[in-house]
Design a protein around this ligand. Structure first.
Ligand SMILES: [Fe+2]
Ligand SMILES: [Fe+2]
Length: 351
């Protein structure tokens, strides 16, 4: 028995060929090498076995009745979770067109007919190993991405803990931002960036002293000046990162208090000088702050918040954005109602 059996726990290979006299020597060569083997006479049968027996690799003939090797290959590739699944096509040595079509159909590799039975096991072992390495890479890349998003989400929450706001504020404002971004025609990719970056808009509040951040009354001018530094602090915290997500978060943290008329902070940018992501988050942030309960105020009604926003269109807010916001107000209200500020909702957000 070959060392492969120990290493990969006797991999299961599915041979797909309509000719018994082709399957037989292939089966013998593979079994001798330590593989377990399943056989199918055509693509339809192969798909059934793939679903029920979960083989580790498929070796398929090209020309078969009912479903040929190319169709089988394409069908497997369309299935969820089988993008990296190792599929080997058996083609004639001189049939370059078939080899090309095999790769186009998503085949991992090919073996040529007549098959060298003595080398088949080695070849299959090599293909399996490569496929497993590729799969492990994809898995760790996804895991890295997931962890990064989770850390970013929790960083945003950490900032909210320091504030008087609840965990659901960032959830709502980031989703309002996405609706607004969609209404402005942002691509799906940019909407996703917005969804993941907006929660960090106030991350700089981590650096604001408690006596100012948690003060129940009105801030003095000096205190407000310190409070305003949260946008540059956040910008600095998220600076110099190659990831597009953190670059977007940096931009939002830095510009979500700029005002359309140039009277905002930290830079006093005006109109289109303010990045669109920053303008969107500014509006979404203010709408949620107005319509939510805070220790120092009761929630405003949507009508009252909207008249305040309309009043500030062209001074605080991008007037075009306000127009879009009015257009999607029913969706915004629906979203608001679906994410209330209950103690339980807060707990769920944090868990
Ligand atoms: Fe802020
Ligand atoms: Fe906020």
């Amino acid at each position: 028995m070959n060392e492969l059996v120990d290493e990969l726990e006797s991999p299961l290979v599915l041979i797909v060929d309509d000719e018994f006299l082709q399957r037989l020597p292939m089966r013998e060569a593979l079994v001798q090498y330590g593989f377990r083997v399943l056989e199918a006479e055509n693509g339809i049968e192969a798909l059934r076995l793939l679903q029920n027996e979960h083989p580790d690799l498929v070796i398929s003939d090209v020309v078969m009745p009912r479903m040929d090797g190319f169709d089988l290959c394409q069908t497997i590739r369309r299935k969820n979770g089988l993008k990296q699944f190792p599929i080997v096509m058996a083609t004639s040595m001189d049939d370059v067109t078939s080899i090309e079509r095999a790769y186009q159909s998503g085949a991992t590799d090919f073996i040529t007919k007549p098959v060298n039975w003595g080398l088949l096991g080695h070849r299959v072992r090599y293909i399996l190993r490569s496929a497993r390495t590729a799969q492990a890479l994809v898995t760790s890349k996804l895991e890295l991405l997931r962890t990064r998003l989770e850390i970013i989400r929790r960083l945003g929450q950490a900032a909210e803990y320091r504030d008087n706001e609840t965990g659901n504020h960032i959830l709502r404002m980031s989703q309002y931002s996405v609706l607004l971004g969609r209404a402005m025609g942002l691509s799906l990719h940019d909407q996703e960036l917005l969804l993941n970056a907006a929660p960090m808009h106030d991350v700089g509040k981590i650096g604001i002293p408690d006596r100012i951040l948690l003060k129940p009354g009105k801030l003095t001018d000096a205190e407000f000046s310190i409070m305003k530094t949260h946008s540059t602090l956040g910008g600095r915290l998220l600076d110099n990162e190659p990831s597009l997500l953190l670059q977007t978060a940096h931009q939002i943290a830095l510009t979500h208090h700029e005002r359309w008329d140039g009277s905002g902070y930290p830079y006093g940018l005006a109109k289109e000088e303010i990045p669109l992501m920053g303008r969107i988050c500014c509006l979404a942030d203010v709408f949620d702050a107005l319509t939510s309960k805070r220790p120092y105020k009761q929630p405003w009604s949507v009508e009252a918040a909207m008249s305040e926003i309309l009043l500030n269109a062209g001074t605080m807010f991008d007037p075009e954005l306000v127009k879009k916001f009015v257009g999607i107000l029913p969706e915004i209200v629906k979203l608001k109602e679906s994410i209330p500020d209950t103690a339980q909702a807060l707990q769920e957000t944090l868990s």
